[in-house]
Write a protein of this length. Structure first.
Length: 446
């Protein structure tokens, strides 16, 4: 068996290992992929296959025992999906990654591996409604308790974390409040109890923030959003920083002989043990892997991530300043505004811009917010963010409607809040559309 064949057992990384890494924009285009040696094709091949032929019986046995690196069945791994995993791991600065069918599938795979019945997860309140619902009503069915704490109350995190805490979870830029926590401070709180810090980096993407560089241990994202950028393909990814001491935290799925594999210790045998455990324990059993075609589609989007995020950030800044000066707008939340409560944190942790999201409320309140979403012509009224197109939604009546009024307030959702995902259109056209929609919504609500 060659060293390359045995790299799975020896913890071989699947990310970019060059001693002098190319810069971010270059990695977005090239990381994890080379021209096909057989054909010379330069585009990532689409391996639309379920299975892979074994060289012989010993080869098959070694693959199933995780003693050799390679592909068995596309529910576990696939060359096209692996290219996407390698590229995103390189962009996030992680040791390895596993791609899933959606962002929520990435979160579920993470929780499946790290949390057992009787454990708890400490979650910031400024969190996507789907994530909040998952912890409150899905993880709870597995006897995993969700402990919600104010995103910026660091003492509350310290009080909530105990010996049964599986992980601490925050978002880089809270959805939809757009607050950015102090990651380094949170990492200290979590690490004092040998607990990993998990960050949902969807709203920032690695183009603006790499939480693993600021003390986080695990990052996950919905690739559906800015990573892909075109609103055509649902997907998720889980990225392992590779540095957390799973044995010290007592994580039985990752440290010590695994119950599902003879003589496999993920923390001993893999440089990215969490990614490996998520693949071979969660994705293998849950069947929530990303499809080869979806991964191939997402790779096309990632190639332009750096360029698109520059335009998203530029346009969002223009929109936020316009709304901030508008007489019919009651308030604006945008991390780039000096008045935003976490402007300093955002400036510290976001590099190259403050993201493509803007939240605001109209003077006429709840009904005006709903009417605004109906009145836009250029901005599309739908439940997504991160497209090249500008998107708008009224969370209190849609994405967060299943939460109680108190839960909505804790999540930063006020009745009048409008969430605007600013696209890459010409900013003059965006402002004209917003101006017309505000006028119509205000008129209808009065």
């Amino acid at each position: 068996m060659t060293d390359d064949e045995d790299r799975s057992r020896n913890g071989g990384r699947r990310g970019d290992q060059a001693s002098e890494r190319p810069r971010f924009g270059t990695r977005s285009v090239h990381a994890g992929q080379r021209s096909d040696p057989a054909t010379g094709a330069v585009a990532p091949p689409l391996y639309q296959t379920t299975s892979y032929e074994f060289a012989d019986a010993d080869h098959a046995a070694d693959l199933y025992a995780l003693e050799r690196d390679g592909h068995i069945y596309s529910r576990l791994s696939n060359p096209t999906v692996e290219t996407l995993e390698d590229r995103i791991a390189a962009l996030e600065g992680g040791a390895g990654a596993v791609a899933t069918a959606s962002g929520m599938a990435a979160l579920d795979s993470l929780t499946f591996v790290l949390a057992e019945a009787g454990d708890n997860v400490v979650v910031s309140t400024d969190t996507y409604g789907g994530t909040t619902t998952y912890f409150s009503h899905v993880a709870s069915r597995r006897d995993v308790e969700a402990r919600f704490v104010d995103t910026l109350d660091y003492d509350a995190y310290a009080d909530a974390v105990d010996d049964d805490t599986a992980f601490v979870h925050v978002e880089t830029v809270g959805n939809p409040s757009l607050v950015t926590p102090d990651f380094e401070r949170l990492a200290e709180v979590a690490h004092e109890r040998d607990v990993p810090l998990v960050v949902d980096n969807t709203f920032a993407t690695p183009a603006l923030c790499r939480p693993l560089e600021h003390g986080a241990d695990v990052v996950w994202e919905s690739t559906t959003k800015w990573l892909h950028g075109s609103g055509t393909t649902v997907g998720g990814v889980l990225v392992d920083g590779g540095d957390f001491d799973w044995a010290a935290g007592g994580y039985s799925e990752l440290a010590g002989t695994n119950r599902a594999y003879h003589d496999v210790d993920f923390s001993r045998d893999f440089d990215a043990p969490l990614a490996a455990a998520a693949r071979y324990r969660a994705v293998r059993s849950l069947g929530n892997q990303q499809s080869p075609f979806d991964a191939w589609q997402t790779l096309q989007g990632v190639e332009t991530l750096s360029l698109r995020m520059e335009r998203h950030c530029e346009n969002a800044a223009v929109v936020a300043e316009y709304l901030d000066d508008h007489d019919d707008v009651a308030w604006v939340a945008y991390p780039g505004l000096a008045a935003h409560e976490t402007h300093e944190n955002a400036t510290r942790y976001l590099d190259g811009g403050y993201g493509g999201m803007v939240a605001f409320g109209l003077e006429e309140g709840f009904e005006a917010g709903k009417a605004f979403c109906e009145a836009t012509d250029l901005a599309t009224f739908l439940a997504n963010v991160g497209d090249a197109k500008t998107l708008v939604i009224h969370p209190a009546s849609t994405t967060h409607a299943q939460l109680t009024p108190d839960e909505q307030r804790e999540a930063g959702v006020t009745p009048d809040l409008v969430r605007l995902s600013v696209g890459i259109e010409d900013p003059a056209d965006l402002l004209a559309d917003l101006d017309r929609a505000i006028e119509r919504a205000t008129r209808e609500a009065t």
